[in-house]
Design a protein around this ligand. Sequence first.
Ligand code: PAF
Length: 285
Amino acid sequence: MTESLKVFGNIPSVRELLERHRRAGESIGLVPTMGNLHAGHVSLLEAARRQSDVLVASIFINPMQFGPSEDLSSYPRTFDADCEVLQASGCNYLFAPQVEDIYPLGMAGQTVVSLPHISALHCGKSRPAHFDGVCTVVCKLFNIVQPDRAWFGLKDYQQFHIISRMVDDLNIPVSLIGMPIIREDSGLAMSSRNGYLSAAEKHRATALYQSLQSAAASLARGQEFRLVERLAAEQLQDAGMKPDYFTVCDRNTLLPAQGQETRLVILAAAWISNTRLIDNLPLDL
Ligand code: PAF
């Protein structure tokens, strides 16, 4: 019989409990989330289950990574359904702290983990403090749970790149695993924010992945990078989406590729009504 999921909010209790597992020589895997779990999260949990003796998930809607005009208050909160998903995925422990547990003195005076330059590009242009909030909370989660390995979805490609840099720069002893994007049959990348869309908007939003695929085909034919980006932005506009950015990047640095690079990733974000969606497509030329 599968053991039932144990839920913790308190930092000292989760630490003490995981320390016992660590002393018993068991490996600890962490899947950090903001809840509203979907098939993308399940793929992380399944991979983590296979490679960890003890599987911990966290659910924390981190206020620090939301801008003042963003969707913090409306972000979907589906705790009971999430617990069922975690239980079915064989997760042992859920760490689900309150904001006061993570930021006991408030966020204003909080030490911030900030990776310069790259955090200001792409998503960072329209979400200026977003990656500081992500790095700060993920660093805290790593310090609290002290996992051997942690799994993240590659839909948030820039996030994974930045967290990997943070782990290297701060010598945090954790191995990171990035898992491929899980898509709906339409090609739309799974995201909690898809829940904001009407059926018609969801249909129109498939243009984002289609624009990435067209761009990848054009790049493979040798079309110039900046021209490919302009045509993709037009394709998104024609489909009723408002492009935020669409950039052919060097996969190692995430800087805009200049033309000689062969290991690429196309990063894109676009608005449909009030919802901002992101997607990406890695490709080798
Ligand atoms: O990708 C997410 O769900 C969040 O950004 C993360 C990594 C859980 C940090 O809050």
